[in-house]
Design a protein around this ligand. Structure first.
Ligand SMILES: Nc1nc2c(c(=O)[nH]1)N[C@H]1C(S)=C(S)[C@@H](COP(=O)(O)O)O[C@H]1N2
Ligand SMILES: [Mo]
Length: 250
């Protein structure tokens, strides 16, 4: 009696094991097939098409949740890092001529303003101390100052322009470029920034003028703005072309 029971339960266990192993093998085969299928998909804007579709769907979800009134967490100046990490130098060539720099603001084709740093500094100054987040996985509390983009836009009569879906920024040498939804540009903590830790921006951090936009990952904080323009279609974007998410929201 005891013996029989034991035989039955061993058989039972063996069958269970075979079934479990079979399922395991089938799952592995399915994963391999799915992976192979994915690899054979065409690329769209640097990412495999199915993955790009997911990124684009996420963008719609997050854009709808987004509100310009939601502030990113702010910190006291004492919490800001004295030595700010430098990351990314595309568009920051050494031969940059600081004297001839102007912010080229294209309000519409054929209507371009050339704005000096002094002009920008005349506008009200806003400080932003926040946790700067890079997509590579690091973050740092940093301290910046400049003019709110929304105030800058008001001053330069960009009423119609700020209704367009996107704002494009390009470095003076055209090496680095980003596109940002204008809603995020109009956020209260988005500044055209010319100071870090109370001093003019260092060269490698975007002198004379950079973007600070706490609702986005670091990639969108373009250093050394040369040109600014507006568009209802997505402006070209450096990391988007290399397969990243376009929106890059936090
Ligand atoms: N012109 C320019 N701006 C840029 C980059 C770049 O390569 N070139 N890199 C971006 C990335 S990925 C990050 S994380 C931040 C880093 O800013 P920081 O060097 O001031 O820390 O700058 C962004 N702006
Ligand atoms: Mo980054």
């Amino acid at each position: 009696m005891d013996q029989k029971e034991k035989v039955v339960s061993e058989k039972y266990i063996r069958n269970k094991t075979i079934v479990a192993f079979g399922i395991f093998v089938i799952l592995i085969i399915c994963s391999l097939l799915a992976w192979k299928w994915l690899q054979n998909q065409p690329r769209e804007e640097g990412a495999l098409r199915p993955l790009r579709k997911v990124l684009n769907a996420n963008e719609i979800v997050f854009q709808n949740l987004y509100s310009t009134g939601n502030l990113s967490k702010v910190y006291p100046a004492s919490k800001a890092a004295p030595r700010v990490r430098v990351n990314g130098d595309a568009g920051l060539a050494d031969n940059f001529d600081t004297a001839s720099w102007r912010l080229k603001l294209t309000r519409s084709p054929g209507d371009t303003l050339f704005i000096t740093l002094d002009d920008v500094k005349k506008l009200p100054k806003t400080e932003v101390i926040f946790d700067f987040k890079c997509i590579e996985g690091w973050s740092q509390v940093t301290h910046w100052a400049g003019v709110r983009f929304s105030e800058f836009a008001k001053h330069y009569g960009l009423n119609d322009q700020t209704k367009s879906l996107y704002t494009g920024l390009i470095t003076p040498d055209q090496e680095y470029y980003v596109g940002i939804d204008t809603k995020s540009m109009m956020h209260d903590q988005t500044i055209l920034c010319y100071e870090m830790n109370g001093k003019p921006l260092p060269m490698n951090q975007g002198y004379p003028l950079r973007l600070i936009i706490p609702v986005k990952y670091g990639v969108k904080h373009l250093k050394r703005i040369g040109t600014m323009y507006f568009s209802n279609s997505r402006p070209k974007d450096y990391w988007f072309e290399r397969g990243y998410d376009y929106y890059c929201g936090l």
